[in-house]
Design a binder for this molecule. Structure first.
Ligand code: F0G
Length: 461
């Protein structure tokens, strides 16, 4: 067996990428207000901003596009996708939406039945948190003790803290809990997987108290692969069997299909045996997303998704996908660069708080390293730390994130190991001069989701 899995595909179409000169990169970053989000993608050589909608479709998916039925109502493509979603999840009802947050805006407010309700999650993704708050509820994260412990080598750092989960339910009162959201894999905590045992335990608690369980399953296939590889009792189960078991432990499945759907746009709502909720979702999907048999997608998008969902469950694909992330993580770790370990499913998370302890959290160490990485080698990563977290709504003080991560997010089926060798070389150069990296201050800061649009400048000592 090779140390890392070999790619189970070859390249049929290529897209040109260019590395512009260092002088030009410096100029472009200045023009972008030291915010990589504001760069034009053609000025980026390796784009590791996100794995969302950035992957490559297969020849089968491109072929399927031609079969799209663009009827407004009752499209053949809808029924094809519905069959696949129902088969994979075992759920009774399906509604397509344009992407993950479309699913959130349709479903989450329906679960908030009174003022001051609460959602509990291993970690809410930012848009999920935003929709929870927009619906008048509060989002509370209860990740496992091991999640942010850099020294702990733990196979399932995405898990819930089960004790705290039950404590929170009892403290706030059952009637105030709108739902339990299982984010699999746990994106914000490093793309870390959640074990089947943990998922089953969450289900047991939810059933005991009669609380709905929601899977935020953008990367559910990657999570199933980790379960197969790392959970002794699941070694002999297929990926599909594991996925089924996971779905069995919830009532609602919300999916950004831009990840494990292997498409550039698309999302899924699936509901288990709650016809009233399904009807309520159908009612809401019309004004927000579109008629319930297209939900903001073209027929061709639904065709590509029907194929992509199956491909993402292919063991050979998953083995290579996860090994690609591990390969980059191993290269960085071998160079002494502190990363979230073991590496997760969709990205390598570099601990920039540890790498640059001289930069205070409110001068955004991970964002500073992101800027240096772009100047050094045209690579674009994304800060997942205090810049992203924002300010306390009451005190307006900067909040301190548990970790100052730089996320190097790996698009699916897009780059090669040669690209990862290059990324590691560039990162090593930045790491060697880490002590000279300066923090950043705001020139402009928007009141919400400031990381997307902020203008910044390096702090001169
Ligand atoms: N849930 C999770 C766990 C996600 O990672 C995302 C998106 C969403 C929901 C929302 O889905 O973007 O299709 O509306 N994550 C992307 C990222 C944006 O870069 O991590 P969406």
């Amino acid at each position: 067996m090779p140390r890392y899995a070999l790619p189970p595909y070859k390249i049929k179409m290529v897209e040109e990428i260019r590395l512009i000169s260092k002088e030009l990169r410096q100029k472009r970053l200045e023009e972008a207000g030291y915010n990589p989000f504001r760069l034009r993608s053609e000025d980026v050589y390796i784009d590791l901003l996100t794995d969302s909608g950035t992957g490559a479709m297969s020849d089968r998916q491109w072929g399927a596009l031609m079969q799209g039925d663009e009827s407004y109502a009752g499209s053949r493509s809808f029924y094809k996708l519905e069959e696949v979603v129902k088969r994979i999840t075992g759920y009774d009802y399906f509604i397509p939406v344009h992407q993950g947050r479309g699913a959130e805006q349709v479903v989450l407010p329906l679960l908030v039945k009174q003022p001051n309700m609460i959602f509990l999650s291993n970690t809410h993704f930012d848009t999920t948190r935003a929709h929870v708050e927009l619906s008048g509820a509060r989002a509370i994260d209860i990740p496992a003790k091991e999640t942010y412990d850099a020294s702990a080598v733990f196979p399932f750092k995405g898990n819930f803290d089960l004790e705290k989960l039950e404590k929170q339910i009892l403290e706030h009162g059952i009637e105030r809990i709108a739902g339990i959201i299982m984010t699999i894999t746990n994106n914000s905590a490093g793309g870390q997987p959640v074990s089947l045992a943990n998922i089953k335990a969450v289900r047991e608690i939810s059933l005991r108290y009669g609380i709905k369980t929601i899977i935020d399953g953008a990367r559910y296939a990657e999570n199933a692969y980790f379960i197969q590889q790392r959970e002794e009792s699941c070694k002999h189960m297929s990926i599909k069997e594991i996925a089924k078991e996971v779905f069995h432990c919830a009532d609602i499945f919300l999916m950004s299909a831009k990840k494990d759907g292997l498409v550039n746009i698309g999302g899924i709502i699936a509901i288990k045996n709650d016809f009233a909720l399904f009807q309520a979702c159908q009612t809401r999907v019309v004004p927000y997303e579109g008629f319930p048999t297209y939900g903001g997608l073209a027929g061709r998008d639904m065709e590509a998704l029907a194929v992509g969902l199956e491909e993402a469950l292919d063991p050979a694909y998953l083995r290579y996908r996860i090994d690609e992330v591990r390969y980059l993580g191993d290269l960085l770790q071998a160079a002494g660069i502190p990363i979230q370990f073991p590496t997760g499913g969709h990205a390598v998370f570099v601990d920039c708080g540890q790498m640059c302890p001289h930069i205070p959290f409110d001068q955004f160490p991970a964002h500073s390293v992101a800027c240096e990485l772009y100047i050094e080698g045209g690579i674009r990563g994304v800060e997942i730390g205090s810049l992203l977290l924002g300010r306390d709504p009451d005190t307006l003080e900067n909040m301190k994130a548990p970790k100052e991560y730089l996320r190097l997010t790996i698009p699916r089926r897009t780059y090669t190991f040669e690209h990862w060798n290059y990324v590691a070389e560039v990162f090593k150069n930045v790491f060697e001069r880490r002590e000279s990296i300066k923090g950043l201050e705001f020139v402009y800061e928007s009141p919400v989701l400031r990381h997307f649009t902020a203008l910044m400048k390096p702090i001169q000592a």
